[in-house]
Design a protein around this ligand. Structure first.
Ligand code: BEZ
Length: 211
């Protein structure tokens, strides 16, 4: 059965490009992004890991630790990093898990047999400091993911964990947010003193409270 939102992200130990890790110990109190790619030395994957490395500062700012994974062996990961750094003008410092026996891939349902019996698909999990799964996405091998969208979701998750708000379609950090239904309209002025708009009784917005 695949992992669903709110499930506990399973712990594991794994060989990685930065040494053996215990997943929970590695994450500590941070947020986590664990993502699989089909195979090393392939073009889309090279751009994905390069983009992730280029966004390293953005993930760090948000207290997020990133881990990549494929079923390729460690020596292959290590020599591929040279190509990623060279072609994508980056410095891959996050761990890439060498999941040769597919332990982690099976735990996280990253192998979709009707897509490929052998390779992991492009699965991605955002995991909260409470080790619960906050987001899952799955892309096919032919489509590279948008890692700025992953950051946007993290911004939303971190904001909505702290305030009784939700974020509208295409929201970006700094834009107005939606006051959740749990907040009675009469309490909005006190709880959201920056102001609010009542567009419909069920659609009430306020400037982003932590900006
Ligand atoms: C790629 O990264 O380009 C790729 C990997 C596996 C299958 C198809 C494309």
């Amino acid at each position: 059965m695949s992992l669903r939102l709110g499930d506990t992200a399973p712990n594991f130990k794994a060989k990685t490009t930065i040494g053996e890790i215990d997943f929970y110990e590695y994450l500590g109190d941070s947020w986590g992004v664990l993502f699989s790619h089909p195979a090393d030395f392939t073009p889309v994957c090279t751009t994905e890991l390069g983009k992730t490395a280029l966004l390293n500062g953005e993930f760090a700012k948000r207290n997020v630790k990133v881990l990549a994974l494929s079923v390729d062996p460690l020596d292959k990961h290590l020599s591929w990093i040279g190509d990623i750094n060279e072609t994508q003008h980056c410095d891959v410092t996050f761990p890439i898990i060498a999941d040769e026996d597919k332990t982690v891939a099976n735990l996280y349902g990253m192998i979709h047999p009707n897509a490929s019996e052998t390779f992991t698909v492009r699965s991605l999990f955002i995991i909260g400091p409470d080790k619960k799964v906050k987001l899952t996405i799955t892309y096919p091998a032919s489509t590279g993911r948008n890692f700025n969208e992953v950051l946007r979701v993290i911004d939303s998750l971190q904001l909505t964990a702290k305030y009784s708000v939700a974020t509208p379609a295409d929201w970006k950090d700094g834009e107005d947010v939606i006051v959740t239904a749990a907040v009675p309209t009469a309490e909005i002025p006190e709880r959201f003193p920056k102001g609010h708009k009542i567009i419909k009784p069920y659609l009430r917005t306020t400037p982003q409270p932590n900006k």
